[in-house]
Design a protein around this ligand. Structure first.
Ligand code: PHE
Length: 345
């Protein structure tokens, strides 16, 4: 009797079919739950004569294994086909590994910082929302200097009776230099990377914010020759060992003498081409010897100490290195543009 039941069930179980999880669960309950048909046979097993127990026991266990495996395999198949129906690729890695790239401005900023770090410059930082004192007054800007004008500077408040009238978005990172000079006695050797703001219409060639790295070195006997040598090293590290530099006289309120530096054109090597407007040179930074007035305004004895300062625009250098024609590309976050810098380190 029991043997026949086992055989009948075995035949049934082998043929079981179900393709969704509810139907499969129903089968599990029908055969394997406490009141299931396979379990019921185990209860009958008690009545089997002792000498037959061994054989029946074996067959019953085989039946139970068969039922368990059959139901498990139905489950797997239905899960796989459900996943397919939902268009889930179950072989896909759990974490999509799309990796972002460094922004070109960050890459070039780091490159410039690394060059000056090798020369012993350390990093200094300061606020982007600054007061007039640090951005202008202590840097020797006359009260009526045009750079203070609304056209260049973003004022936080326009009311002349309001003290916050003196609060601006810094228009250069020289403000960090005045902060450091006021709190530190020489020797000072710092670079200040940071974002600066100017009230300009946004075009391919100008933006209302950009990034600068300014340098300052103050000690006894610092000369213009020291400045020139540091800038030559910088230009060669940045654009290659063949690079030449030239300094042209210029004007900044906080340096005297002041200069602008050109490097030999990185495209034609100085021969003259469309890129350098056939001059062989491209301008990259402003620099000069710190005006003694600035030293005094910041509490440094100008009879004992001299110093130089320079300021580089990070966007400008990035444009020259990677031939980016439109400044707006840097802040539009167009992934196609950023991807082009994937292999630049
Ligand atoms: N602060 C100047 C600018 O923003 C650059 C500069 C820095 C020039 C230091 C000379 C010395 O244009």
């Amino acid at each position: 009797m029991l043997l026949e039941k086992i055989e009948a069930l075995r035949a049934q179980i082998k043929e079981l079919k179900a393709d969704n999880s509810e139907a499969i669960e129903a089968l599990r309950i029908k055969y394997l739950s406490k009141k299931g048909e396979v379990t019921a046979l185990f209860n009958e097993f008690r009545n089997v004569p002792n000498e037959q127990k061994r054989e029946f026991g074996q067959r019953l266990n085989e039946l139970k294994t068969l039922a368990t495996e059959k139901i498990n395999s139905l489950k797997e198949k239905s899960q796989a086909s459900e996943a397919q129906a939902n268009k889930i690729d179950i072989t896909r890695p759990a974490f999509p590994s799309e990796i972002g790239t460094r922004h070109p401005i960050s890459t070039v900023r780091k490159e410039i910082i690394d060059i000056f770090s090798r020369l012993g410059f350390t990093l200094a930082d300061g606020p982007e929302v600054e007061d007039d004192l640090h951005v202008f007054t202590s840097l020797n800007f006359a009260a009526d200097h045009p750079a203070r004008d609304m056209q260049d500077t973003f004022f936080i408040n326009n009311d002349p009776n309001d003290v916050t009238r003196n609060i601006v978005l810094r228009s250069h990172t020289s403000s960090v230099q005045s902060r450091v000079m006021k709190t530190t006695q020489p020797p000072i050797r710092i670079i200040c990377p940071g974002r600066v703001y100017r009230n300009e219409a946004i075009t391919a060639r100008a933006h209302c914010f950009f990034h600068q790295i300014e340098g300052l070195y103050i000690d006894k006997n610092v000369s213009f020759a020291d400045l020139k040598q540091v800038l030559l090293y910088f230009a060669k590290e940045l654009f290659g060992p063949e690079t030449k530099i030239r300094l042209r006289p210029s004007y900044f309120p906080f340096t005297e003498p002041s200069a602008e530096m050109d490097v030999s054109c990185m495209l034609c090597g100085g021969e003259g081409c469309g890129f350098c407007k056939h001059t062989g040179w491209v301008e990259i930074l402003g620099c000069g010897m710190v005006d003694p007035n600035v030293l005094e305004l910041c509490g440094i004895d100008s009879k004992v100490y001299t110093g130089y300062a320079f300021g580089v625009g990070v966007e400008r250098i990035t444009n020259l290195k990677y031939m980016v024609k439109d400044l707006r590309m840097f802040s539009e976050n167009d992934v196609r543009f950023l991807k082009e810098f994937e292999h630049v380190h």
